[in-house]
Design a protein around this ligand. Structure first.
Ligand code: DAT
Ligand code: MG
Length: 183
């Protein structure tokens, strides 16, 4: 008897990054529209200026790769803009659904109808400028979401959280003098 392949019904979260080339090329709208075919929910979104520390942590699995330095410069925005749009998508099989629409890592090998196939390119320095990042599997998604977002930046969380009392300096909008005086 053939083993029936059971699809997990588990709610997953997947990190999506619209990389600096995606932002410079004004592809944000197109990418979010393409991803809306997944019928997943966006549960977090923010624009990030990527530090070297965040970039190196995010791509820690590629530390030994010949293209690592170029990859870090690319995600930090050295070639386009110092911005990345970080999004968290949530739903059943979120990772598989997102990765299918995102397409293969190498934009020249990616399905031409996928996001990377449509909009990606390989630079003369050999970097795959593939416009978007999407978490590869559940453990990576958890590691990446915890790296890019604090739990209070997501409207729903699927990973365990805890409350801690901390003393922090927070930035506020500076009150105008007239407003201060009228109080
Ligand atoms: P993915 O982004 O599809 O999960 P990955 O984790 O293996 O792929 O690699 C991360 C990024 O590194 C990828 O989006 C683009 C770049 N990269 C990967 N392999 C590469 C290669 N052989 N040459 C140049 N850049 C590469
Ligand atoms: Mg990866």
């Amino acid at each position: 008897m053939k083993k029936q392949q059971k699809k997990s019904k588990e709610v997953e979260q997947c990190l999506v990054l619209i990389k600096p080339d995606g932002l410079v090329k004004s592809l944000t709208g197109n990418i979010i529209t393409e991803l809306s075919d997944t019928e997943l929910k966006i549960v977090g979104a923010k624009v990030v200026q990527v530090t070297r520390e965040l970039a190196e942590e995010h791509y820690q699995h590629l530390k030994e790769a010949a293209f690592f330095d170029e990859l870090i410069k690319y995600i930090m925005g050295h070639y386009h803009t110092r911005r990345v749009l970080a999004l968290v998508y949530q739903g059943e099989n979120a990772i598989e659904k997102v990765r299918k629409i995102v397409g293969a890592t190498n934009p020249e090998k990616a399905d031409p109808t996928s996001i990377r196939g449509k909009y990606g390119r390989i630079t003369s320095a050999g970097v795959f400028e593939n416009v978007v990042h999407a978490s590869e599997n559940a453990p990576e998604a958890e590691r990446e979401i915890k790296l890019w977002f604090r739990p209070d930046e997501l409207v729903y969380t699927v990973f365990d959280t805890e409350v801690k009392e901390v003393k922090i300096d927070k930035m506020f909008w500076k009150e105008k003098e007239e407003v201060k005086k009228s109080k």
